[in-house]
Design a protein around this ligand. Sequence first.
Ligand code: SAM
Length: 401
Amino acid sequence: MDTPTDQPIDYDNGPNEWSNEISSFYQNLNLDPDLYYCIDKLPRYARVVGFDYRINHISDPLTTQPPLKKYKLEDSKLPTQENTVQDNDKLNIAFKTDIQNLTSLSSQLEKEVGCQVSISNTILGLLRISNGKAKINSSNLYKTGKIIGFDLSSAIAAISLDVKPNDHVLDLCCAPGGKLLFIADKIHSHGAPHSLCSGSVTGVDISKKRLSTCQSLIKKSKSQSKIRIRLFASDGTTFNVPPPEDSWWDYSTLKQQSCKKLQPKEVPIDSISTPNIKPFFSSKLLRNIYTPPLEITADTRIRKYNKVLVDAECSHDGSLVHLSKYINSNSQSIFGKLDSDFLSQDRLESVSELQLDLILNGWNNLSTGGTLVYSTCSLSYKQNELVIAKFLETVFKNSSR
Ligand SMILES: C[S@@+](CC[C@H](N)C(=O)[O-])C[C@H]1O[C@@H](n2cnc3c(N)ncnc32)[C@H](O)[C@@H]1O
């Protein structure tokens, strides 16, 4: 994990009235209460748009050679399967090019924001900006769509899905869409959709308001990866729309199969394979998906998602950014307000029930051999370990998978 800061913690100038409450809350969770004194000292992160994000296995990217066994290019970039000398050369060249690009972007950003910027040693494709308050949105790199602010923890959750270029990904609680766009960008870093890179991202959220924000984010994005995205305003605990066909991107096949002209806004629906639900937002190609009647069988629902992200609704108590809004609000009892808004017993009970229902439905939508990631920004046992324990108990009781 990247270290938050090299500077000593300034306890004297730390927050006062809320600190005891927060400290005891964290002590009860066996966490270091000093975390909260670090708020102003934490770095921030930006991701390089269109990068093939991956775990950074090396400590010093500038001096170390890539560990070739771990550093594998996706199949679409490297069709030869064996790690021949030639392949190793290609890996080395690709790796060096990536590092050169990241280094060049780091120095550009450093000049623009006036503080130290380095390549994240956790995830390749992220830049670590030493001053957490640096205004990256006024930099040219942001304005020209080359970088975008993104939390390291969000990147870790999304990268854990291990998304491949042909994966259909379901993001069950997607708004406002930071991880959704990150995943689409990762897939799209392998080029425009083609047979070896036909991945798509389906985002679902129950809140239309938050989905509108997500839609604006997608529209504002300068990345072409938006062609791979569709959004549904739906309850993630019951959502069951299958992923698009692998050939969704091939407009000519699509036309042949349908044997009729699709109107731009037409969404062909059949009762078995595509439940009657229109996307809230969709790229034109994904909107026109047509499932050929021949393939409609009782087991059409076997077509499921390769990867499912359940970034569940939660009490937000683990998000420093979220808590800092309370801290800055001059409230008398900030923790009390946080407690009533997010941590009250009633709310915690209902939120953990919702979390279990979400992860169970994520599982229902996951294909055999796929990967499901469950994440929250809470540190509470009830919303994390206990949800997972109940989930495992339920699925292993009821399933042969
Ligand atoms: C932690 S946020 C998701 C953040 C998002 N993944 C991102 O990276 O930007 C949780 C989201 O879950 C949504 N949500 C709450 N209940 C839901 C449900 N039953 N089905 C789907 N989404 C739900 C909320 O509207 C909220 O947008």
